[in-house]
Design a protein around this ligand. Sequence first.
Ligand SMILES: C[S@@+](CC[C@H](N)C(=O)[O-])C[C@H]1O[C@@H](n2cnc3c(N)ncnc32)[C@H](O)[C@@H]1O
Length: 211
Amino acid sequence: MEEGLQEAQEFIKTYSEQKEVSAKVKRAPLLACCGIVCGFCLLISPFITPAFRKHCLPYVPATRRQIDLVLNLRKNTTGLLVDVGSGDGRLVIQSAKRGWKSHGIELNRWLVYYSRFLAWKEGVSHLTTFFRQDLWKTDLSPYDTVVIFGTSEMMLDFEKKLEKELKSNAEVIAGRFGLSKWVPYKQFLDPKRNMGLYNVFAYKKQFKHRS
Ligand SMILES: C[S@@+](CC[C@H](N)C(=O)[O-])C[C@H]1O[C@@H](n2cnc3c(N)ncnc32)[C@H](O)[C@@H]1O
């Protein structure tokens, strides 16, 4: 009688242990899926969140032609260059390849890490620095050239920031959309129009503004 009871108890114990193991096995794929989804969200959120900011500035990498147009306008200037909203760092890297010390300001941490990696791969990490920073909270006073591939909606506010912070002989090069009130001292207007994709405007701080 006692033996039978012991056997029954052992059976119940083994059965409940097996049940626990099979529940864990069943939960594993669900947990793995949750992990993958969370990882994916973490990865893509920096690409989506700029859309919810006051000034939406999405990640649209510059083409090689746009970069060349910007850097050619700068040809005769030296000093420290900054690309505000530097994306994957391609403009900063090309600028460094011309021998110019160049900084990139970028909100998206993955793009900052990737930019640093590309700069190292291209052998220009000694000339480049990438900051994970908000461009609106970055002091632009140390820079001789500020490059911006912005949106038309943000330009007026950006102009106010430039007026407050830039040193007197600094220059601004804007790709696609120009500044609203400043008058460019040099510009390239795409003859084929292309929705202004290849328009580039160069400004000096001391130049006269439109009234
Ligand atoms: C048009 S893309 C930049 C293209 C880049 N200059 C190039 O040469 O390829 C704009 C970039 O600005 C970044 N961005 C958006 N809002 C920002 C902010 N407040 N501060 C810094 N970077 C920002 C985006 O993550 C995106 O990579």
